[in-house]
Design a protein around this ligand. Structure first.
Ligand SMILES: [Fe+2]
Ligand SMILES: [Fe+2]
Length: 278
């Protein structure tokens, strides 16, 4: 039996289209990686050729964000739409974590780098399935409505730049998740939808870790290349991220994840009303 390498496994996940199949494979390979790590015989990382874009199911239809219909969060339809959008984000997140593994196999990194992203991909796979289960319990499913087409753009823009990838994906996009999830949990609390509240609370707790891994490995690479982390973060976000960051920020959870205010406030959309005095 020829043993697969970690980057080959990552490519297999990326090229699997169906969400439930993709996440089942993701769980299986995460378990294999950690079993070999625990045994002291880690799988080789090696190098592979990931597709520019991951395989996706036929549904949902992917639309320009401006064309995705908005629904009132107070209605059951509105809550289904929110959950559908979350499922879409989670599926993209599964691919984003396997993609950073597959895409940058040529850059020598400590094994802990792979542990962190395999664990993140495993958690995102669980998030996707939990949210799909909630959607299905509400009589809907992933694919029942259109979803945002732009979600893979950050990956394509940073296809040659591992530090740009870390700056934009975990440290900007996933950090944004920490800002908006408490408000989402409130919406489902008002509707007393217990299963969804529990799912979102698991997601909220585990996403802190993903942002923290981003910050950890970003700082590691800044150290390797003798770069100032804050200046480099600002430069990379301005290069690869389109638009300003949106306050209000969840300063507490961001701090927990190793993101200090002087990283994100200078990149924020600060209207005179929102501008802080200090
Ligand atoms: Fe997630
Ligand atoms: Fe995440």
């Amino acid at each position: 039996m020829t043993q697969k390498t970690l980057t080959q496994m990552a490519v297999e996940v990326l090229t699997t289209a169906d969400g439930r199949e993709k996440t089942a494979l993701s769980h299986k390979y995460a378990a294999e990686w950690f079993a070999t790590r625990d045994a002291g015989t880690p799988l080789p990382v090696s190098e592979a050729e990931p597709p520019l874009r991951p395989a996706r199911p036929e549904k949902p239809e992917l639309l320009d964000p401006r064309d995705v219909p908005r629904r009132r969060p107070g209605s059951p339809e509105g809550r289904k739409a929110i959950l559908h959008a979350v499922a879409h984000i989670e599926l993209n997140a599964v691919d984003l974590h396997w993609d950073i593994i597959a895409r940058f196999g040529h850059i020598k990194m400590p094994l802990g780098f792979y542990d962190d992203w395999v664990k993140s991909a495993d958690e995102e796979s669980k998030h996707f399935n939990m949210v799909c289960d909630c959607l299905e319990a509400m009589g809907s499913h992933y694919g029942a409505m259109p979803a945002h087409a732009g979600m893979w753009r950050a990956a394509e823009d940073t296809v040659d730049d591992i530090m740009g990838r870390l700056a934009v994906v975990p440290m900007v996009l996933e950090a944004r998740g920490l800002d908006v999830t408490p408000g989402m949990i409130e919406i489902f609390k008002k509707a007393k939808e217990t299963a969804t509240i529990e799912a979102l609370e698991v997601i909220y707790a585990e996403e802190v870790g993903h942002v923290a891994y981003g910050s950890k490995w970003f700082h590691f690479l800044c150290g390797r290349h003798d770069l100032d982390p804050k200046d480099e973060f600002h430069r990379l976000v301005r290069t690869y991220f389109h638009g300003a960051l949106k306050p209000p920020f969840n300063e507490e959870k961001r701090a927990e994840a190793g993101l200090p205010p002087d990283f994100y406030w200078p990149l924020a959309d600060q209207t005179p009303v929102k501008k802080r005095g200090s």
